[in-house]
Design a binder for this molecule. Structure first.
Ligand SMILES: Cc1cc2nc3c(=O)[nH]c(=O)nc-3n(C[C@H](O)[C@H](O)[C@H](O)COP(=O)(O)OP(=O)(O)OC[C@H]3O[C@@H](n4cnc5c(N)ncnc54)[C@H](O)[C@@H]3O)c2cc1C
Length: 509
């Protein structure tokens, strides 16, 4: 396997950053994947005198481990880490060579303080953009702590394992053989799941803020930066910093940046937020807001934060169909990310629920991988753009059912079919299939506010042109509001508006 010239040139440059020697141990057989893997390893070795290779017998073949000279790090790649995992390979080589990972010192201390044996295994697909974060976080943990090991397993190269473990969503992480979690997880989230994160009740003793932002997506980050630039005490409480942008692949409409990717944009947002000494409280979920003398925000940990003004920017999440089987078979055939989980359904039959742009884009993408796609649209017509519909109808392996209501996703331990009703005739139909991709839009994350703040019938917070809600001192921005359009640049603009509105409120009160 020859790397293309551009990747080879980039890799050569990165490998010059290596600090010490690295030893790759390869477990290969005579199969095609083994041969491709050997070719890749040989090519990498040829690019740096600091890397050596030796044959070994690892627990999976084909696989290879990336080690410090004379000491195993515990990092193993089972399969060929190209596609989205290529960066994970490059980082593993650099970190195994002694180059420090780019993470905060308190996280490094938490990782080093973990005691015991932790054998992580992560099933990925090479087209999954959520997987590298998890792989890279667990690789960092392996490099920093001798008790921790991590194997990335390419589901396409280990189909039998994937089948026998019923892995139907990636990334799927196992710890010491037991299911640990699936979907994108940051290093902080993994550590919190292991119980090593600092106690959230430490937050309770904080002094009141001038502006407290709830939500760490683009609107929250923008609001916090605008507030902090006024020299006032600003905090952000965020369940998952980056919000929906973390789940976004290519972004081509963030004006002035021709192309970027979600995680890259989130890293820049975080860097920008850090410039201003904003108190960022990650992995914290707000559950109640109450206006007293100050505004109080209660977190799920029980801690209560106080602030003179609050900006709610809690964004939106995927809408569920809410039929029997959806929750039961989540990650067991019910999926929300076609880019991530599509490859796990190669050669199988799937359904896409939703005929808007995201649903039809998903159906077109999936049709290239799976055997057959059934599209179910509730309305009499598809809502997707005409050009997408034309492309869809040109595909031989797609069936479209319009004006139908999904009744149930069926299965025993995983999805085996879907039942829907023709809304005109009432006729019920059942299609046998293995996967269901739900693509029916988003719902605002505002339930936690109860009746405290006025919301529209769609649950969106009603704001005026200053971003103010009906509660004095409470502002809102981004996808959780009744703004006409939901886009990154729009949410950032509304975050700025809400922060300026909040500042105005503070100087008048
Ligand atoms: C797959 C996908 C692709 C997209 N592609 C594009 C694109 O190419 N271009 C574009 O402009 N837009 C795109 N969008 C839309 C864009 O991502 C959103 O408009 C934008 O992220 C909204 O930002 P936000 O800050 O309002 O909300 P979000 O990004 O949803 O962020 C919400 C934040 O609030 C936090 N939160 C939620 N509830 C709580 C709580 N109770 N307590 C504490 N924190 C909480 C979340 O963890 C998160 O940090 C895409 C969206 C998706 C899903």
């Amino acid at each position: 396997m020859a790397l293309d010239a551009e990747i080879r040139a980039q890799l050569t440059q990165y490998l010059q950053l290596m600090e010490g020697d690295v030893q790759i141990k390869v477990s290969a057989g005579s199969d095609a994947v083994s041969q491709d893997m050997l070719a890749l390893v040989d090519e990498i070795v040829s690019l740096s005198s600091k890397i050596t290779v030796e044959r070994a017998e690892l627990s999976r073949t084909p696989s290879f481990s990336v080690n410090r000279a004379g000491e195993d790090t515990g990092i193993v790649f089972a399969g060929i880490p190209l596609g989205h995992e290529f960066t994970s390979l490059v980082l593993a080589l650099l970190q195994a060579s002694g180059r420090p990972p780019k993470v905060e010192q308190d996280l490094i201390d938490q990782i080093k303080g973990i005691r015991g044996e932790y054998r992580f295994e992560t099933y990925v697909s090479l087209s999954c953009h959520n997987c590298p974060d998890v792989v890279q976080a667990l690789n960092i943990m392996s490099v920093l702590n001798a008790g921790i090991s991590h194997t990335m397993i390419d589901g396409a190269a280990y189909k039998d394992e994937v089948e026998s473990k019923n892995v139907m969503a990636v990334p799927s992480v196992y710890l010491n053989g037991e299911f640990f979690g699936s979907g994108r997880m940051s290093l902080e989230e993994i550590l919190a799941k292991l119980g090593t994160a600092p106690d959230a009740s430490e937050l309770a003793g904080k002094d009141p803020f001038d502006v407290l932002v709830i939500g760490g997506g683009p609107s929250g980050a923008s609001a916090a930066i605008y507030a902090a630039r006024k020299g006032i005490r600003t905090g952000i409480v965020a369940e998952r910093f980056g919000g929906q942008v973390m789940d976004t692949m290519g972004i081509e409409n963030f004006i002035s940046v021709k192309y970027t990717e979600g995680p890259k944009l989130v890293a820049s947002l975080e860097e920008h937020v850090k410039e201003y000494g904003i108190d960022v409280m990650k992995l914290q979920r707000a559950k109640r807001l109450e206006k007293k003398e100050l505004i109080e925000v209660e977190l799920e940990s029980g801690a209560v934060l106080k602030s003179k003004a609050v900006i709610v920017s809690t964004g939106a999440r995927w809408r569920n169909v809410g039929v029997p089987g959806e929750a039961e078979f989540k990650n067991k055939g019910v999926a929300y990310c076609p880019h991530c989980d599509g490859p796990l359904f190669t050669g199988k039959d799937v359904a896409v629920i939703g005929g808007g742009n995201s649903g039809i884009e998903a159906a077109i993408d999936l049709a290239g991988i799976v055997k057959h796609v059934t599209v179910l649209e509730f309305m009499p017509e598809l809502k997707a753009d005409a050009v997408l519909q034309q492309r869809l109808y040109s595909l031989p392996n797609v069936t479209v059912h319009k004006n139908v209501q999904t009744k149930e996703i069926t299965g025993t331990d995983k999805v085996d079919g879907i039942t829907f009703i023709d809304r005109e005739t009432g006729a019920e139909q059942h299609v046998e299939l293995q996967g269901v991709f739900v693509q029916i839009g988003l719902v605002p994350n505002t339930d936690w506010l109860g009746d405290t703040v006025e919301r529209s019938r769609f649950g969106e917070i009603v704001v005026d042109r200053h971003g103010a809600t009906n509660v004095p001192g409470v502002f809102a921005a981004g996808d959780c509001t009744n703004s006409a359009y939901k886009q990154i640049i729009i949410s950032m603009g509304s975050g700025a508006t809400a922060a300026l509105g909040a500042f105005d409120y503070l100087i008048r009160n």
